[in-house]
Design a protein around this ligand. Structure first.
Ligand code: LLP
Length: 431
């Protein structure tokens, strides 16, 4: 089995955190997102404890909530004493609706609206991560109107290629995110920020990309950021208080991919940053990291009902399920890979070579392409693994399909944390 929290019981059913997946599918219907709460909390703890122990006081993990934005996730983050990164007023609203401490909220985004800026400032969020000069000016203007000083970090592009897939590379010079160091524009915006009223520059941010399995690109990125911080100190006498090195720690989706020791990875990154600061004569900054996927991805499994199996002689076979790109658009968007099995036949051999296809009217509505899985028939339950990140949060109602509920598992108990959408929800905005 791909992960330790998955097993097979005496009935040959897949169990998730000790709970029978077939029982869950019957009780709640399918498609169904299932999350292992203890694993989510464990991931928060091992990452937070590493950064807390090895970095300057105040260093913290921020959950990149774009990976899974729902009330219960912000409640968990609050209880685990970590911060969150939000990227829209919608995510901010959701966090605030469960009283997530505003001062631990970092507002991201490369295209913030006037509303985002006023909503963030009115609600007293801790920091804006400023992407560009126009945004800096807009934040300063609104903060001025409100007679407050808003803390900010500047998002910089360190010019790193992290060897991940194209759609999730973000730290390159020609990226739409942030301000490039290489072109001199990062120094210009820093000087401007230091001289802009009603904003307080607290430090710098970079995010080089996602699905990174190696600590090296993070260290390379940090190196460039620290070099920049040194230049800024020499030039303007400004000592950086906060360095945020973003998210992107990789997750194993299929056999053969590495499994990362997240605690060790963060310890190594912290030590690297500390040593480099000493070398450069910089004060150790408060270090922030923004993991999304590595907190929630492998805690999630999606359960589907099989509707049909089709073999096209001489070509290929398909298993069609009752969900698809509406609840998991990752294959359609990135050609992403997931592991899957037939949950009620989990002890049978996985000797049926096929593509697991969704129900939408799109050829690319595929969940897993060319996999080996147990033979299936209508009514069986398919389980797709590692769906806790960027599945619910990227889900759509394409073809007017209702989005699935999320059920959390803890201590052998199951509870709904997001209910299933209804036809009334689907037409709620139609006039
Ligand atoms: N910080 C920033 C500024 C980000 O843009 C992201 C992700 C993260 C942190 C969290 O990265 P993570 O630790 O989750 O890799 N939808 C894609 C992933 C897009 C990632 C966008 N930014 C997927 O399904 O793979």
């Amino acid at each position: 089995m791909l992960y330790k929290n998955l097993s097979v019981n005496n009935e040959g059913h897949l169990t998730i955190a000790g709970v029978d997946s077939v029982y869950l599918a019957k009780k709640y219907g399918t498609p169904l997102y299932v999350m292992d709460e203890e694993l989510v909390r464990h991931r928060c703890r091992i990452q937070q404890s590493a950064i807390e122990k090895y970095c300057a006081p105040g260093s913290m993990i921020l959950f990149a909530s774009k990976a899974l934005s729902m009330k219960e996730m912000y409640r968990i983050a609050k209880q685990e004493n970590i911060g969150v990164d939000v990227v829209s007023s919608g995510e901010l609203y959701t966090a605030l609706s469960v009283d997530f401490p505003a001062e631990k909220i970092f507002f991201h985004g490369s295209s913030k609206t006037d509303f985002d800026i006023s909503y963030g400032i009115d609600n007293g969020i801790g920091y804006f991560i400023v992407d560009n000069v126009e945004e800096l000016e807009a934040i300063s203007e609104y903060a001025g109107k409100k007679d407050v000083t808003q803390n900010i970090l500047l998002r910089l592009a360190p010019g790193i290629d992290p060897h991940t897939f194209e759609a999730v590379k973000t730290g390159k010079v020609d990226s739409k995110f942030g301000v490039a160091i290489e072109t001199g524009q990062a120094m210009e915006i820093t000087e401007k920020a230091l001289n802009t009223p009603n904003v307080q520059l607290m430090g710098f941010h970079c995010h080089i990309g996602s699905q990174i399995f190696d600590i090296e690109p993070f260290c390379d990125g940090a190196d460039i950021m620290l070099g920049f911080m040194k230049e800024v100190k020499d030039k303007f006498g400004f000592e950086t208080e906060i360095l945020n090195i973003g998210g992107g720690l990789g997750v194993k989706y299929v056999e053969g991919e590495p499994e990362i020791d997240y605690h060790q990875c963060i310890v190594d990154a912290c030590k690297y940053v500390n040593d480099k600061c000493d070398e450069k004569g910089l004060r150790q900054p408060i270090l922030l990291m923004e993991p999304g996927r590595s907190i929630v991805a492998d805690a999630g499994v999606t359960l589907y009902t099989v509707n049909s199996t089709k073999t096209i002689p001489g070509y290929k076979s398909y298993i069609a399920v009752d969900g698809g790109m509406g609840d998991n658009p990752r294959f359609a968007l990135y050609g992403a890979k997931h592991s899957a099995l037939i949950a009620n036949k989990a002890s049978e051999p996985a000797d049926f070579h096929c593509t697991l296809a969704g129900r939408c009217c799109e050829s690319d509505d595929v969940i897993c392409e060319d996999i080996d899985i147990q033979k299936a028939e209508r009514g069986d339950i398919a389980a797709v693994l590692t769906t806790g990140a960027y599945n619910y949060s990227m889900a759509s109602n394409y073809n007017r399909v209702c989005r699935p509920p999320i059920v959390m598992l803890k201590g052998g108990e199951d509870r709904v944390v997001v209910r299933r959408e209804t036809f009334d929800d689907l037409t709620a905005c139609d006039l």
